[in-house]
Write a protein that binds this ligand. Structure first.
Ligand code: URA
Length: 239
């Protein structure tokens, strides 16, 4: 792959900008500057530095972010900052998108990627990817509320009741539950329909993959094993 195209694919700007960066001597492999933008390089397993910062070549990126409150998942956020502002610029530039949305006041696990089929697999309503949440509630949780969530509650504008699985109450004002759909404000509306009110919401797992120990606002790349554990078949080309 030509160097300028390689750098562009990793989110470092337009072809012209990448050409200029390379010509300026900013790009190096193993400490050796490569300043010919047309040089052909095999990107598989490539590690390079740009202005002294180290990067691994990645055909696609798969990220895990612990979303803080007050950030929107939209690419054109209106009332709050977008989650993209929590990522290094090249990751945003290369078109990383959240796999589904969390409300601005919901915290926790968000997967992001620039791999379209992966995003589709994670979000497709037909795949029923389970998502686990812990809701903090205004009123004490009762057994009737938990049972209503297990049995299914009918939300306005829905034709079928929506049920949650693995519903439990870890503490008197908390409900942990798993849903497989991604309807608008689904958990908040389900808890309201069961007779309580959500005052705080955290997503703790997606597709069986737990959030783990990331501080709020922190992100990391998914490991190959984590990616394999998700209901998505990674294409065989040089990932
Ligand atoms: N359900 C909600 O109500 N809000 C979210 O952000 C996610 C699920």
């Amino acid at each position: 792959m030509e160097l300028e195209r390689l750098l562009q694919s990793q989110g470092f700007g337009s072809r012209k900008m990448c050409r200029k960066l390379i010509q300026s001597g900013a790009f190096a492999i193993d400490g050796v500057v490569h300043d010919n933008p047309r040089e052909s390089i095999d990107p598989t397993g490539l590690q390079f530095t740009l202005d002294g910062e180290t990067w691994d070549y990645r055909e696609h990126v798969y990220l895990l972010l612990n979303k803080p409150e007050g950030f929107e998942c939209s690419t054109s956020p209106t009332h709050h900052e977008g989650v993209h502002s929590l990522l290094p610029l090249p990751l945003a530039v290369r078109g990383v998108q959240p796999a589904g949305r969390l409300d601005q006041d919901t915290t926790g696990m968000l997967l992001l990627s620039d791999d379209g089929p992966f995003l589709h697999a994670m979000m497709s309503p037909r795949r029923h990817v389970p998502k686990r949440y812990v809701a903090t509630t205004k009123h004490p949780v009762t057994e009737e509320m938990l049972q209503a969530l297990r049995n299914g509650v009918l939300l306005r504008d829905e034709t079928e009741p929506l049920a949650a699985t693995d519903v439990m109450s870890p503490s008197p004002h908390e409900i942990a539950l798993t849903i497989t759909q991604g309807k608008y404000h689904q958990v908040k509306r389900m808890v309201a329909a069961a007779g309580n009110r959500v005052e705080g919401l955290v997503r703790t797992a997606i597709g069986g993959l737990p959030m783990g120990n990331l501080e709020l606002g922190e992100w990391r790349y998914l490991s190959p094993d984590e990616l394999l554990s998700l209901p998505y078949e990674v294409p065989q080309t040089g990932k």
